[in-house]
Design a protein around this ligand. Structure first.
Ligand code: NAX
Length: 328
């Protein structure tokens, strides 16, 4: 049997955690033959720690054959010990009267501490996925706070946006989602992200040709995907949780186990390709193999796409500038 992998999860008693932990323990993320140990981090307050105990009781009650251990933590230095995968879900939500800048700063505090802890105690090849918002900039802060770990191991979640885009295309064409390939999302996980279907195919046929309606992109597709998070809140009274957990499972599964040539989206530190400044954590089209992702290179740009990508890049540069003073 395989040795268990250690997965650290922050914000484990939150909404996303409540879907995520059970999917991981069921083998959906690492494979049906891979035992897993869950190391759960929550803030030290009594209420979340107590809620975390309740979630752990439910994990026990599932009797998952692959679940080799679960522990609760309030200190990232113990939660991240020897972690092979770290899912940074917990973050500071926007409170009443809080400006975007205050939100960025509050989260910068959390992600510098957690980045340093990963640097100190996690596996030297820990794969990090930041879900907590602002996800790209939080991932950037964690990466910068963990100089002894490989830069490429810090990623941010754009997979929910990606999955939303794939589903909207599949619905529009009346095709199964599995028939869609070469769809991806550029940029920041925010309203400036740009789902790009110019290269997408359905059963190998160009989606653009099949839709044959350029207005649909700008008038329907981009706003539907871009405002989907708000639409879920409006309908459910709560933000996306099960679909966010599913996206996190998809992101890590593809990263570790490969996409077999299929394209997907990951927020990754830019290496200069497509003119994106180095280190900015940006959504790119990638394929994955043997635990490594690779950017799909050589895609043409057009003016419309370039404008959207530049807007998202500008936003990320501004976010980076506003937290710069907090990075030592
Ligand atoms: P919840 O508020 O339900 O849960 C968050 C949990 O994190 C809470 O239990 C809180 O106590 C804990 N937490 C806060 N600070 C922490 C810290 N420093 N260490 C450990 N735990 C901490 O939020 P939930 O709905 O689960 O969403 C979590 C995060 O995901 C939010 O930032 C949210 O904005 C973000 N999202 C990101 C998405 C993406 O696509 N990247 C989509 C879904 C989601 O909106």
């Amino acid at each position: 049997a395989k040795a268990p992998l250690r997965v650290a999860i922050t914000g484990a008693a939150g909404q996303i955690g409540y879907s995520l932990l059970f999917r991981i323990a069921n083998g959906d993320m690492l494979g049906k033959d891979q035992p897993v140990i869950l190391q759960l981090l929550e803030v030290a307050d009594e209420k979340p720690q107590k809620a975390l105990k309740g979630v752990m009781m439910e994990l026990e009650d599932c009797a998952f054959p692959l679940l080799a251990g679960v522990s609760a933590h309030s200190d990232p230095m113990t939660a991240f010990k020897d972690a092979d995968v770290a899912l940074l879900v917990g973050s500071r939500p926007r409170g009443p009267g809080m400006e975007r800048k205050d939100l960025l700063e509050a989260n910068a505090q959390i992600f510098t501490v957690q980045g340093k802890a990963l640097d100190a105690v996690a596996s030297r090849n820990v794969k990090v996925l930041v879900v907590g918002n602002p996800a790209n900039t939080n991932a950037y802060i964690a990466m910068k706070s963990a100089p002894s770990l490989p830069r490429k191991n810090f990623t941010a979640m754009l997979r929910l946006d990606h999955n939303r885009a794939v589903s909207q295309i599949a619905i529009k064409l009346g095709k199964p989602v599995a028939s869609i390939d070469k769809m991806f999302v550029w940029g920041n996980h925010s309203t400036t992200m740009y789902p790009d279907y110019r290269f997408a195919t359905a059963d190998g046929v160009s989606v653009r040709d099949a839709i044959h309606d350029e207005d649909w992109n700008n008038d329907v597709f981009l706003p539907t995907v871009g405002k989907r998070g708000a639409a879920i809140i409006e309908a459910r009274g709560l933000s996306s949780a099960a679909s966010a957990a599913n996206a996190a499972v998809n992101h890590v599964r593809d990263w570790l186990l490969g996409t077999n040539g299929k394209w997907t989206t990951m927020g990754i530190p830019a290496d200069g390709s497509y003119g994106i400044h180095e280190d900015i954590i940006f959504g790119f089209p990638v394929t994955t193999e043997n635990g490594e992702y690779k950017v799909v290179e050589g895609l043409d740009m057009d003016t419309f796409s370039k404008e959207h990508i530049d807007l998202s890049l500008k936003e990320l540069i501004e976010e980076r500038e506003s937290i710069k003073h907090l990075l030592s």
